[in-house]
Write a protein that binds this ligand. Structure first.
Ligand SMILES: Cc1cc2nc3c(=O)[nH]c(=O)nc-3n(C[C@H](O)[C@H](O)[C@H](O)COP(=O)(O)OP(=O)(O)OC[C@H]3O[C@@H](n4cnc5c(N)ncnc54)[C@H](O)[C@@H]3O)c2cc1C
Length: 401
């Protein structure tokens, strides 16, 4: 059935999605309401763990199933396996996925939510044909090689160099905090190509193969105990020119597009996850004092703020296209809400928040508290995003630099 615009009716679409997901996964909505049943992990930052390769294999199988069902890229162009449906259909798919017991897909966030729209905006037709379908199906996994030991918020100050070498480029430098580099096939790397130009004007981006000679990937241990990101060392790495994304020295615009899409992904997919909010409500019911008005009020505020944040982001994303600077607000809303959730769980749990008593669903919340500082830094720190909102959304005078 189609609506007046010739688009598949959204209820029909939802039924199609439920059928596709039911074929490979269990709907966990009933299980979730049962306190004490199932995995009690509360994770906001992907963790490197034993069995990670098996998890990635399961994720690849799931993504291949979605592609086979015509759900691999709901709001993407038909020529790359997409359905050309409006953004609300992609949101409906994400909402239904949250109700099913599916493999954790955080290691694909960069490939699927950030790199594909960036390549749509800046890739050549040949590059789009070669990579977009493979990225959406997880046949190709990508990471982001931007940050360096001396370049984070001030990314344009980076010092990794790319120098012309025959039909390609020779790269030297060090990247750091590269999420999932150890799991990835390729990395979107920004390097300085014209040191004599102003810093934003002399940069170029490349999609490099991570098994190229001269690349060394070393994991970094995190506060939470896991190691989900890495240091990546580049020594005389040869990159063919057909791996360059955009024009030479025009890499900054590629980076800006990718960061806007990344913030949108973090705001929509991570922070205000409905299942996480439900877990908190359950915690207050089972562990907290249900008559404690302060806790009830705090939990109710979180539930309503999570809804408001989701709707605000949905409004920003209406109409599709490259998201604007207002998406910085989505990430700020998400991280601020997670900070409040961390405070409220600490209040409810008391000592059980920091000492593992073995009781289901209690100490597990410490992972949110320990993972949160990373989330407030990755994809743009709170301070940088507030500057973005002040200057580019509210048009206030520029911050002194
Ligand atoms: C979980 C996680 C995942 C990450 N994944 C990746 C990845 O996959 N690929 C990648 O390339 N990078 C990644 N990063 C790195 C991340 O992008 C940087 O950490 C971030 O940009 C901040 O840079 P920095 O750490 O150098 O801090 P700095 O830029 O040195 O900032 C230090 C402090 O100073 C503040 N500050 C800096 N400049 C200003 C200013 N102008 N105004 C006000 N305050 C300011 C910051 O807000 C911060 O509090 C990740 C980081 C984390 C935590």
């Amino acid at each position: 059935m189609t609506d007046h615009a010739g688009t598949l009716n959204i209820e029909e679409f939802r039924a199609e999605v439920v059928e596709a997901l039911s074929a490979v996964a269990v709907r966990r909505s009933d299980e979730r309401s049962q306190w004490g049943v199932g995995d009690d992990r509360v994770s906001v930052v992907a963790e490197r763990s034993e069995g990670e390769d098996e998890e990635l294999a399961a994720l690849r199988a799931y993504r291949a199933h979605l592609v086979a069902c015509g759900l691999g890229w709901v709001d993407g162009p038909a020529q790359f396996g997409g359905r050309d449906l409006p953004a609300e259909y992609a949101a409906a798919l994400r909402g239904l996925e949250a109700e099913f017991d599916l493999p954790d897909d955080s290691c694909l966030r960069f490939s699927v939510s950030t790199l594909t729209p960036t390549l749509l905006a800046h890739g050549s037709p040949v590059q789009q044909a070669a990579w977009l379908t493979r990225l959406r199906s997880a046949d190709l996994v990508a990471c982001q090689l931007y940050s360096e030991p001396d370049a984070g918020s001030d990314l344009a100050g980076l010092s990794t160099r790319a120098v012309r070498d025959g039909a390609g480029w020779r790269l030297n430098g060090q990247k750091v905090w590269s999420s999932g580099a150890h799991l990835s096939d390729v990395g979107l790397c920004i390097a300085r190509t014209s040191p004599d130009k102003p810093k934003h004007a002399g940069l170029t981006t490349f999609l490099i193969d991570l098994d190229s000679p001269g690349i060394e990937i070393r994991p970094i241990r995190q506060l939470t105990g896991g190691a989900s990101f890495d240091e990546v060392f580049l020594t005389d790495v040869y990159v063919p020119d057909e791996r360059r994304i955009g024009e030479p020295d025009a890499g900054w615009s590629v980076v800006v597009t990718s960061l806007l899409n990344e913030r949108s992904a973090i705001g929509t997919e991570v922070g205000v996850d409905e299942a996480l909010v439900e877990r908190l409500v359950d915690l207050a019911r089972h562990v907290g004092d249900p008559l404690d008005e302060r806790t009830r009020d705090a939990v109710a505020q979180i539930v309503t703020r999570a809804w408001a944040a989701r709707l605000t982001t949905a409004r920003f994303l209406e109409g599709g296209g490259v998201p604007g600077p207002e998406l910085a607000l989505s990430k700020l809303l998400a991280t601020d809400l997670l900070r409040t959730m961390s405070d409220v769980t600490a209040d409810i749990l008391g000592a059980a928040h920091v000492a593992d008593s073995g009781e289901w669903g209690t100490y597990a919340w410490s992972e949110l508290t320990l993972g949160l500082p990373g989330l407030r830094v990755g994809g743009g720190t709170d301070e940088i995003l507030k500057n973005t909102v002040g200057e580019r959304v509210l048009h206030l005078p520029k911050d002194a630099r």
